[in-house]
Design a protein around this ligand. Sequence first.
Ligand SMILES: [Zn+2]
Length: 369
Amino acid sequence: MNDAEILGLYPVSYAQARARFLAAAHAVHATVDSQLLSGYADAMGDPLTLDAAYLGPKDASRVLVMLAGTHGSEGYAASPLLTAFLPQASRWLEHQGDIGVLLVHAVNPYGFAHVLRTNEHNVDLNRNFIDFSKPVPGNPEYRTLHALLCPADRSDSGARAARAALDAWMAEHGQASFFDALFRGQYEVPEGLIYGGTERQWSNRALQALAERFLGQARRIAFVDWHTGLGEYGKPFFLCFNEFGGPEWERCCAWWGRDAVETRGGFNGAARPRYSGLVFQGMREFCEQAEFAGAVIEFGTTPPDATIAGLQLDNRLRFDAELGDAQRAALLEQAMESFCPQDPQWRLDVMQEGLAIARRAFDGLCAWS
Ligand SMILES: [Zn+2]
């Protein structure tokens, strides 16, 4: 692909992204599975679906699984990656026996279509994969922070006062505590940030259905959940959730390089938050018969401070009833910029690096015996 072809793959809407992914899947005769999110639509009134394409023998024991759009708006960057990967994977599979590839497009179709990170219930799907029959993980710090991150008074003076109070909280508790309280997820404030919900979401069940349909025979799974936001601008940032130092962790290091897998760059050098309910953990449980190695892979867009501003903006788009049309359009443009920058160099780098990372995972899977 030349640069113009790569840039041409980046979609301007969910519907366009979906159409291109499905066309690419049909072109290589993939098995396509579409699940409809009923009761919701995109801005044009068109349906929302979670689509998957499977390539390779049905009973492959080794499968590469890649997800796009767990955080809906991040799908604008990850969707073209899956679409570009389909013909490549199809060619490589001609020379392989027991290997499958499962690509999942728009894990969160509502968020993708409406340029929101969260789903139709303001749930961050990447915190929703917990056992809701047990007490949810507590996060008392978030309750305090919520009033400062999403102030009720949205005027300039209200925003300034909230920011000053937030800075004071960080000065007292430290940046690492702040990142942990914000990013590990919370289950108490439904209108808040990084809200994990009170029950399993539609997308959570849809992923389980896909695992049952396509991964029941798998014994070894290489997994990538593509995201954007954290990390250095235009560079990949790996969040491997396998046990540190265990065999699956070591496998990820072998595929992608130890320095990349063990970096801490995405949180300003602070420790990784104590996440709960990740899609990674959920998929791992849906495929409990398999060895499961992989990572969330982010591509950096904005510095950490701006990432937080991006979350706040996302929240305003959903909950600020007073937004005028022009203001909403401006915020949507800002949101897009924080999840999939227009900068052609960023888009080219993400595509090239993303495809290279996928290739290394595929090769690693082929050599995994
Ligand atoms: Zn994300």
